[in-house]
Design a protein around this ligand. Sequence first.
Ligand SMILES: Cc1ncc(COP(=O)(O)O)c(C=O)c1O
Length: 420
Amino acid sequence: MSTTTPPLSAFARGLTAETAFDVLAVAKRLKAGGKDVIELQIGDSPYPSSSSATRAGKAAIDAGQTRYAPSLGLPEFRETIARTVRAEFGIPAAAENVVVAPGAKPFEQFFCELFLEPGDAVLVFQPAFPTYEPNITRRGARPVYVPLRQEDQFRPGLAAIERFVESDPKAKAIFLNSPHNPTGGVATRDDLKAIADLVRGTAIAVFSDEPYCHMVWAGRHHSLLAEPGMFDHAIAAFTFSKSYSMSGWRLGYGVTSARYADLIGKMINTDLSCTPPFVQLAGMAALEHDAAERDATMAKFRAKVELLVGELGKVDGVTVLMPAGTFYVFPHVEPICRRLGITSHGLAMYLLEGADDRRGVACLGGECFGEAGRGFLRFSCAEPDDRLVEAVKFLADAVTRADRVRAYLDANSKYRLGPA
Ligand SMILES: Cc1ncc(COP(=O)(O)O)c(C=O)c1O
């Protein structure tokens, strides 16, 4: 028998994915072995799924809402979503502008399939959500990275967008993410107005990723889709994962022109068929009944973020901003990395695996979000308050243990920091 196997596609061979899920797997393995791990690595909620959603989801299963549904989403759910984004964000949407999918993430692929051709250039601010790049390269297009900076509060720079649009002959699209994972940066209304003015009437498309729309800690959330003319240029992606603690239900939606929404419906038809109807009915109940519960949960996240920022700010070698949004804290730790000769993701893995035999802290190095993240750590805040305080104490102590760092680097030389 021949031993030949089919060669993998270049895309499959080069595929990268979210490191958070790898670190999650290590954390779970260590926990199963008896280690006490404070888990601040993944952007998930520690709270139960929204209560009306849970009730409605169960009732919908009992009522037989368990078969195929329209690819674009249930008409009554699309209507409810349109009403909600009109009221909450001033997005002038009707039901025809809404398309439902399993989470916000699938819209990265739909957007790329809608607009990108091989060779097209796509501006992506970095640090960046790790699945943007594979979705861009899947179409043979090319990400053009522009750094976000702590000194600019990690807001997307208009000048960089202008330069990209004017100077790259293959400029085709922009990925925006506000509030931003992992930095917590938020684009202001003025930023979005300026971006809208720049792209309106051009051939540029924008993916506006807005999963953290209810986690803005100063002022309120603004969507690019609320700016005039943006339905013809942009797709905004929203999710129930963060606002309603429903990450495992897999439910999100896109808002855009009816024409683009219909095309995305066709894409869903060709791969997913539809989003489960009982999940949609759960989401509809959350939108109709759980705004107060959601806001109470958001207030808890905000208090946790403030606590974590306050504690991290006390550690020598750490510079940390209060994020303008999201439940992530993104401290600059480069002086610590330099002193210890370890990369920032190495530092994260040392805190998890190497610093102590019985306890660990799971977080991510900023480079999990691209080169521009180097020198930073990302913490989510999905643990009780006392554990957040303990995690920072653990970090402060662990970085003084040069002997343990040395031993960890001897066993994991890939985390050694090269010359500056
Ligand atoms: C920036 C960003 N986009 C998309 C997603 C994916 O959201 P969902 O789980 O709803 O697909 C996340 C989740 O962490 C995110 O941070």
